[in-house]
Ligand binder design. Sequence first.
Ligand SMILES: Cc1cc2nc3c(=O)[nH]c(=O)nc-3n(C[C@H](O)[C@H](O)[C@H](O)COP(=O)(O)OP(=O)(O)OC[C@H]3O[C@@H](n4cnc5c(N)ncnc54)[C@H](O)[C@@H]3O)c2cc1C
Length: 504
Amino acid sequence: MGTMLEADVIVIGGGASGITAAVAAAEKDASVIVLEKGSTTGGAANMGMGIFAVESKYQKAQLVDFTKEDAFNLLMNYTHWRVDARLVRKYMEQSSNTIDWLETMGIEFLGAYKYFEKSTQTWHVVKTRGSNAPAERAASNMFRALTERAEELGVQIKYNTKATNILMKSGYVAGVELVDETGETVMAECNAVIVATGGFGDNPQMIHDILGYDWGKDLHSFRIPGVQGEGLRMLWEAGAGRTAPTMELTYTTPGVTDIFKTLSETMRQPNLMVNLDGYRFYNEEIMSNTVYTGNAISLQRERMAFTIIDDSILDTYRKTGLDYVTVHHNIKTVDKWDKEIDSYLSGGQSETAGLAELHNENQKHQQNVYVADTLEELSELTGINLKNLKETIEEYNKACNESDQMFFKKQKYMKPLGGGKYYAARHYPAGYGSLGGVRTNDKMEVLDPSSIKIPGLYASGTDACNIYGDSYCFFLPGNTMSFAVNSGRMAGYNAVDYMDSDEF
Ligand SMILES: Cc1cc2nc3c(=O)[nH]c(=O)nc-3n(C[C@H](O)[C@H](O)[C@H](O)COP(=O)(O)OP(=O)(O)OC[C@H]3O[C@@H](n4cnc5c(N)ncnc54)[C@H](O)[C@@H]3O)c2cc1C
């Protein structure tokens, strides 16, 4: 046993939510310790770009016609009201003020963006100093500023320090057991604990046991080091109620997405997609809602799907540019197609930047883009059922001349196949990490299984992110990081209010 540590509030996890909670509590004059097992703050959010807000000053300036009422109704309809309406309402109400609050710390935003055509314009992308273009990892600037603010306010950030248990006394929170940077076990005393450890995206065993995926086989989600479900375990052991976690699902072409960007973006356009049986199962027009695409792919045999294009489609893209452009990759043309496909097929490298290094080394060696002269060859390479594939393409080409009676894809996205070489990309479900797991109320107070609050115990961010129902809502982009920041802010304020109240 080592030295004694003491504070009003101990925050477990210095990621997006934890560092924000620490600033909020310290602004209300609490003494605060942040326990962060890694060597930096910001957690997974350092990889991201921006946060959701509604009715912000940016949206007003950009004439965005989308209100708090619209956002609330959209999310509540999307989730069939199976989520905490009071929490959703408070979070959305606070979101625009949070933008102003962050700006007081020197954080700047580029403005409000969409994530894909049909999403709303709620994604407030953080500005990187010296640049006016949206950039991958831009949000790290926000967490640097929050960390500086925390330090100014006297918050002690203990890096390389892992929380191991929440200590309870007579039903109240009393402290945290931790292993400090020297490897020594230490008991820290406090009046309130805020748990913000970011879920279990880096824990394949929990992903398997709770969500039923085999990471690396039928799920290729980001594994941000350190988010291993320890906070959820500590909360459950302290008596917290459970919710059913989900994955913030998307889809990916392992070894290609974020690495060979032109290749990847071209194979994510709204062209023919089939499963291993050679059948269509999706309206490819909605490919760019990556959550829906991930959901649909995860229902297919071996949880995989293939998009197929040919030289005639590439020629169209050479003339017109791509159908869909993403803000974060900013690929609009197929100018680099030839270079990238040659490099990919010869096992070479791309100009890696941005998120490329986040992808698993093994995935980079698995072939997931194929070129073939005939459908026979394509079927041999990919395992797609040849007979069905031929029938599907025949039917699809016919629909390109008439209309898509299968899934009603818009005619402008119906491009027939059969001109020159075929190119196929194999896609799998992917994800940013887990979502949810612990019960809270709208004050981010942790509840026991019968919905009675555990005094002094708070959870925020991913661990407590239960507001999307079964699927992340990409119609309101920036939502997970914004929930992390906003719920952290609420937890920080509320923990201090609790200590000032009669309950304590
Ligand atoms: C590539 C990528 C891009 C993204 N882009 C966006 C975006 O643009 N917009 C958006 O809304 N969302 C985005 N997200 C999601 C967003 O990053 C998360 O929603 C957010 O980081 C969640 O915040 P959090 O505080 O709950 O967890 P995290 O930010 O992951 O922080 C958790 C922290 O807890 C620490 N920790 C864990 N266990 C312990 C322990 N036992 N003791 C001490 N410390 C511990 C971890 O080291 C980590 O620092 C993105 C995610 C990824 C992976």
